[in-house]
Design a protein. Structure first.
Length: 262
């Protein structure tokens, strides 16, 4: 049976009723209402994954995130549920993929080597390093470096979900996350989360322009790699490469900054 689409006021009233009663019937209705969102997020994530990762598996993983979002959502905070749930769904998918340990060890090691090289080089230069400089520091030609980046593309999509853990072990902040209203957090954690937000924005601003565009369009505008390619007039594989390079740069920057902040 199809679920009736609710208007905004009906949706708010349903959430208030669920918050008050924790009704299983209402929870099931909310699950049916938002299952298309799970499939949509899974589709976005799958665009950056190798063919060995099945779309239906991503949908199944995302359902855990939807259920978690429904149980924890507070309509009184004024955050739209779709925004809140998208973060939880994406996070649940990444968590399950990490548990599967699907990234080959050699690829993970190569990603770490590039990230470490960027950390060391940018600390020395005091600015964003170019591809040529990173390649030289790793004793590679620039062509070899670009080829290595292509090899790790499709795995680094997971990396941004692990960028920073806040003072509350049950919560984390990542590039793709919408940072929740901190009403329930103590003042120390609120200050820390605001500092993390500032640091993430700063790190994104310092990316090369084309990499920054990919990050903004993918994580904040929710465009797929194919759609971003159409916007920037380049191939989907080039967008995947730019996305990977941006991820590695951001992880390197945030690792360096984190070590010196708290």
């Amino acid at each position: 049976m199809a679920t009736q689409v609710l208007d905004e006021n009906e949706e708010i009233e349903l959430w208030k009723e669920f918050k008050k009663t924790k009704s299983v019937a209402i929870r099931d209705r909310l699950i049916r209402q938002y299952m298309p969102l799970v499939k949509w997020v899974a589709g976005r994530v799958s665009s950056g994954m190798p063919d060995s990762v099945e779309f239906d598996d991503l949908v199944g993983f995302g359902q855990f995130g939807l259920l978690d979002a429904i149980n924890k959502f507070d309509v009184d905070k004024g955050v739209k549920f779709k925004t809140y749930a998208s973060t939880r769904i994406r996070g649940a998918i990444f968590d399950e993929l990490r548990e599967m340990d699907w990234v080959p060890r050699s690829v993970r090691q190569k990603s770490k080597e590039i990230e470490d090289a960027i950390v060391e080089l940018e600390a020395k230069l005091g600015r964003t390093a170019s591809d040529a400089e990173i390649a030289q520091s790793m004793n590679m030609t620039e062509a070899e470096y670009q080829n290595t980046i292509m090899k790790v593309s499709g795995t680094s999509v997971l990396s941004l979900n692990d960028v920073w853990y806040s003072g509350d072990d049950s919560e984390h902040i990542s590039i793709g996350d919408s940072i929740e209203a901190p009403n329930s957090l103590n003042p120390d954690v609120i200050v820390e989360r605001e500092e993390v937000r500032r640091v993430i924005i700063q790190a994104i601003e310092e990316l090369p322009q084309n990499e920054k565009m990919v990050i903004v369009l993918y994580y904040h505008e929710d465009l797929s790699f194919k759609e971003i390619g159409q916007v920037l007039n380049v191939s989907e594989s080039r967008i995947s490469q730019l996305h990977t390079k941006a991820n590695l740069r951001l992880r390197a920057k945030l690792t360096s900054i984190k070590k010196g902040i708290f």
